[in-house]
Design a protein around this ligand. Structure first.
Ligand code: SF4
Ligand code: SF4
Length: 155
């Protein structure tokens, strides 16, 4: 592969990376739910995938989850706000099949290790770096920011 990031095709890089990781240990595990920050960035494509999933799947369930109080009390009057798609009762992700890349790589790259040591092998550093550099070429915003832009366009 050429070393210039701009030469990489995003879909190819993503496919190559996903071949390197085993997502099975994460299936059904919620031990890192406190990392589900409210400001998770995503590409417009990821935003559209989530929005489409919400429209097509069980809307009522997801709407209820989105309306939950996402604050976590850290003590001394300090609260940490979690992701709108995190079910605060079960600690599961309501949009798991279409969650953004950053949620998928948790535990599978060296710089975001699994907090319970359940993942024995992370993706090779070289391909992980290419993945992130290529991903970073995409514009990324939070779900709320994309939604607000789309709503402005629809007016
Ligand atoms: S990264 Fe670790 S803690 Fe998080 S879901 Fe995967 S196995 Fe569970
Ligand atoms: S989209 Fe799902 S996995 Fe990603 S931060 Fe939100 S709740 Fe967590």
């Amino acid at each position: 592969m050429c070393s210039k990031t701009a030469d990489y095709n995003w879909e190819t890089v993503k496919t190559e990376f996903l071949k390197e990781i085993d997502l099975k240990p994460c299936d059904g595990c919620d031990s890192c739910y406190l990392r589900c920050d409210r400001d998770i960035p995503m590409t417009r494509e990821e935003f559209l995938n989530i929005r489409f999933y919400i429209q097509c799947e069980c809307h009522d369930d997801i709407c209820e989850i989105v309306c939950e109080d996402k604050r976590v009390d850290m003590g001394d009057g300090v609260y940490y706000q979690l992701c709108r798609f995190l079910d605060m009762k079960t600690h599961k992700c309501a949009v798991y099949p279409v969650r953004p890349l950053v949620c998928r790589i948790m535990g599978h790259v060296e710089w975001m290790p699994c907090p319970i040591d359940r993942i024995s092998r992370t993706a090779p550093a070289k391909i992980s770096l290419i993945l992130m550099k290529t991903y970073a070429l995409n514009e990324r915003k939070t779900y709320e920011e994309w939604e607000s832009m789309e709503n402005t366009h629809d007016r």
